[in-house]
Design a protein around this ligand. Structure first.
Ligand SMILES: C[S@@+](CC[C@H](N)C(=O)[O-])C[C@H]1O[C@@H](n2cnc3c(N)ncnc32)[C@H](O)[C@@H]1O
Length: 356
C-alpha cells in the first residue's frame, strides 16, 4: 500500500507548514549536528525545516525527498535558490523503499511523516538502512489525540473526530507520536540505542491564535480534507461549513489557547558506534575470554616448574587485568557519550597512549 497524504498540498496546508523552522520542529536533534554532516530530510514538504538544517551544516549537504516532484518540491527548490542556499538537493523518493545505497547519510530525519505512512516500521527500517554507522535517525510526529484547546468548541471537536476517521481510512496513524518508540523497536533498534522524548506546540498569543485558526478554517474548507471527507461520507458540505466557522469563532476569543504534544525519537547511534568500537578493539587485541588469551600465549612446557600452579596464577592475573581493562573501557565509553565525543578524543584529552 502506498502512502495517501491526507492533507494534500493545498495553499492553506503549505501556508501552515511553511511556518515551521528547525527550532520549533526539530530542536531535539540540533545539538547533535556537525557542520559537515550529510542529512536526508524525508517528506520535506515545502522545505522550511530543510533550509534551516542546510544552514546548520554549511560544510555538509541536505537532500529533501517527497513522493512526487510536482508542486511542493518545485516550490521548495525555488525557495532554496531565492534564499541562496546551495547545499540542498530535492529529489523524488518513497520512504518505504528509499532509492539510496546503505549507509548514505549521517542523519536521516522525518518531521510529521510517519503518521501518514501505511507501514511506519518499514519506513524506519529503510531510514536506519541508509544511515551511516555513527550517524542517527531522528523522527518527530504529531499525536492528534493530545490536541487540547480552550474555550470548548463543538465544531472543533467534530473536526478532530472526522480527521481521525479520514487519516485512518488513508492507512495513517494520527496518534503517531506515542507510537514512535514502539515502531523503532519493531524496526530492530535496541532500547538502549534510542531516546524517546516529547515537545509541544502552543498557540496562545492573539497573533498566533489568529494565524492558526484561519489556516485550519481554510484547510477544512479547501484542502484534500474537505473533498475526501465528503466523498467518503464522514462529513457533509454543511458540516464543513460549520467546522470552518467553528475554527474562526474560536480564534476570535480573547482567551483562546491551543496546544499539542509531539513524540520524538532519536537513535543514539553514537553509543552503538562506541560499543562497536570497543568490540572491534577487543577483537583486534585477540580478547574473547581470558582462558583463550592465556592458552594462545603461554607455553607451560618450557617452564621447569609446576605448570598447573603457574596456569592458575596467570589465569587469575589475566582475569583481573581484563576486568580492569573492561571497566576502564566502559568508563571511557561513558565519558565519551557524556561529552558527545569519541573514545579516541578522550584518549587524546587525557594524554593516554596505546602503551599506557
Ligand atoms: C505533514 S507533511 C510534513 C512536511 C515537512 N516535513 C514539515 O514538517 O514541514 C508530510 C509530508 O510527508 C510526505 N510523504 C507522505 N508519504 C510519504 C512517503 N511515503 N515518502 C516520503 N514522503 C512522504 C507528504 O507528501 C508530505 O509533504
Amino acid at each position: 500500500m502506498t502512502s495517501q497524504y491526507t492533507h494534500g498540498h493545498h495553499e492553506s496546508v503549505l501556508r501552515s507548514h511553511s511556518w515551521r523552522t528547525a527550532e520549533n520542529s526539530c530542536g531535539y536533534l540540533l545539538s547533535s549536528l556537525k557542520p559537515d554532516m550529510h542529512i536526508l530530510d524525508v517528506g520535506c514538504g515545502p522545505g522550511t525545516i530543510t533550509l534551516d538544517l542546510a544552514r546548520l551544516v554549511p560544510d555538509g549537504h541536505i537532500t529533501g525527498i517527497e513522493p512526487s516532484f510536482k508542486g511542493v518540491l518545485q516550490q521548495a527548490q525555488a525557495d532554496a535558490v531565492a534564499q541562496g542556499v546551495s547545499n540542498v538537493t530535492y529529489s523524488v523518493a518513497d520512504v518505504l523503499a528509499l532509492d539510496f545505497p546503505d549507509a548514505s547519510f549521517d542523519v536521516v530525519h522525518a518531521h510529521q511523516v510517519l503518521q501518514h505512512v501505511p507501514d511506519p516500521v518499514q519506513a524506519l527500517r529503510e531510514m536506519v538502512r541508509v544511515t551511516k554507522p555513527g550517524g542517527f535517525v531522528a523522527v518527530r510526529d504529531a499525536d492528534y489525540k493530545t490536541m487540547v484547546w480552550y474555550p470548548e468548541n463543538a465544531g472543533m471537536s467534530q473536526w478532530l473526530v472526522s480527521y481521525d476517521q479520514l487519516a485512518r481510512s488513508n492507512g495513517g496513524e494520527p496518534n503517531a507520536g506515542r507510537h514512535l518508540l514502539s515502531w523503532a523497536l519493531q524496526a530492530g533498534l535496541k532500547r538502549e540505542q534510542v531516546t524517546a522524548s516529547a515537545s509541544s506546540w502552543c498557540f496562545s498569543t492573539p497573533e498566533d491564535v489568529a494565524w492558526w485558526s484561519s489556516t485550519w478554517a481554510d484547510r477544512v474548507l479547501s484542502s484534500n480534507f474537505a473533498k475526501t471527507s465528503v466523498e467518503r461520507g464522514f462529513l457533509t458540505q454543511e458540516d464543513l461549513d460549520n467546522i470552518g466557522q467553528a475554527w474562526r469563532d474560536w480564534g476570535a476569543q480573547p482567551d483562546a489557547w491551543f496546544a499539542m504534544i509531539h513524540g520524538e525519537l532519536k537513535q543514539e547511534a553514537r553509543v552503538a558506534a562506541l560499543q562497536a568500537e570497543v568490540e572491534s578493539l577487543q577483537k583486534e587485541l585477540g580478547y574473547t575470554h581470558p582462558y583463550d588469551v592465556f592458552s594462545t600465549r603461554f607455553d607451560a612446557s618450557r617452564e621447569n616448574v609446576d605448570a598447573e600452579a603457574i596456569n592458575k596464577k596467570h589465569i587469575k592475573l589475566l582475569h583481573r587485568y581484563n576486568e580492569a581493562k573492561d571497566a576502564t573501557q566502559i568508563l571511557i565509553g561513558k565519558l565519551a557519550t557524556l561529552k558527545e565525543t569519541t573514545i579516541r578524543q578522550i584518549h587524546d584529552d587525557l594524554d593516554l597512549h596505546d602503551s599506557d
